[in-house]
Design a protein around this ligand. Structure first.
Ligand code: PHE
Length: 339
């Protein structure tokens, strides 16, 4: 039996020294130490030995077992390392190869203009307000002093969901929503999308953007409106920019004005950008009509306010010298990349 154990030991040692893969190692382990392995079956036969022989052979057998186990472990870690090295060798990455570069996106020109204008007004202490794009006829028209069947609805024809619900034609309904929930002092701007049933052409779209501004407090005057617009125009179009107010009519402001900025292309002498006018119209403005204040629960004998509504597309076209509004929505990267 001792010889048998010795030969198992020698045999195992020989096989282990030539094993070249982890798989091979596993079959060696099974062959000697497994349930039906050679060493296991020798140990089973120990019952037939005499009481003096048993501890001696038992000791040898244990020695052989731990010898094989140790060798298995050693060989395993060597093989393991070799296999990893081999794999690393095969999977070498060529760091000199050019990678696939990802293009950086950027903000849409309209978003850029909106963000810039927000920045200016946040800096002057305004807050951002929001309102729904699907709006009640009441807020879009009636609260803004545009009664049903009034001819001034014609210039803001829109899409009706039903008799009482429309796609808002301007951001002005947010004025009413704010005034009805907030007492003065009020100082808000509201950027947002608006809708009108206009045909698409170079300067019209049924969907476009406005930024509304509303200030209501004690003693607010037209002078405050003009001063605010001047600051705003200079930040957006440059220090040398002037503004001009032309009398106009909006049902929700009184008096009302259309506001032009002096052309940044020519400084006022006339060029292609301003079509020879020297001025470019960018917004509608005025003092909040006392009727609107009263309708929204604000006492016009105590408070007054100004409001204006600016066309974002128009400002962006002016700023970036874009001559067709459709370009904003075509998503042509060659166009978008330029801003
Ligand atoms: N809501 C007006 C429009 O869309 C613009 C405006 C807003 C005018 C606020 C005066 C005051 O034409």
């Amino acid at each position: 039996m001792k010889e048998q154990l010795d030969s198992i030991k020698n045999q195992a040692e020989k096989e282990l020294s030539t094993a070249s893969s982890l798989q091979e190692l596993e079959s060696i382990r099974l062959k000697y130490l497994g349930k039906k392995g050679e060493l296991t079956s020798v140990l089973r036969g120990m019952g037939a030995l005499s009481a003096e022989e048993r501890p001696i052979i038992g000791q040898i057998a244990n020695h052989v077992r731990s010898f094989i186990e140790e060798r298995l472990e050693e060989t395993e870690s060597t093989l393991d390392r070799k296999e990893k090295e081999l794999k690393l060798g095969q999977e070498v990455i060529d760091i000199t190869m050019p990678g696939t570069s990802r293009g950086f996106g950027k903000r849409h020109p309209l978003t850029q203009v909106i963000d810039e204008i927000k920045e200016v007004f946040l800096g002057m202490g305004y807050q951002i307000a929001e309102g729904p794009e699907i709006e009640l006829d009441y807020f879009n028209f009636e609260a803004m002093n545009i009664p049903k069947n009034h001819p001034s609805r014609d210039v803001q024809d829109t899409f009706y969901i039903n008799d009482n619900v429309v796609l808002r034609t301007h951001t002005s309904p947010v004025q009413a929503r704010v005034m009805k929930t907030q007492q003065p002092p009020i100082r808000i701007i509201c950027p947002g999308r608006v809708y009108r049933s206009d045909e698409v052409d170079a300067t019209h779209s049924p969907v476009f953007h406005q930024i509304e501004a509303l200030v209501v407090d004690k003693g607010v005057t037209m002078g405050d409106l003009v001063g605010t617009l001047k600051v705003f125009a200079k930040v957006l179009f440059g220090e040398g920019t002037n503004i001009r107010l032309r009398p106009h009519h909006f049902p929700f402001t009184e008096p009302s004005a259309e506001v032009d900025v002096s052309c940044w292309g020519c400084g006022g002498s006339g060029c292609r950008i301003c079509k020879g006018e020297g001025w470019v119209e960018i917004l509608g403005a005025g003092m909040v009509n006392p009727k609107v204040l009263r309708e929204c629960g604000i006492d016009p004998s105590v408070y007054s306010g100004f409001a204006f509504g600016l066309g974002v597309e128009r400002v962006a076209m002016a700023r970036f010298n874009i001559d067709d509004m459709r370009l904003f929505t075509e998503n042509d990267v060659r166009f978008l990349k330029q801003f």
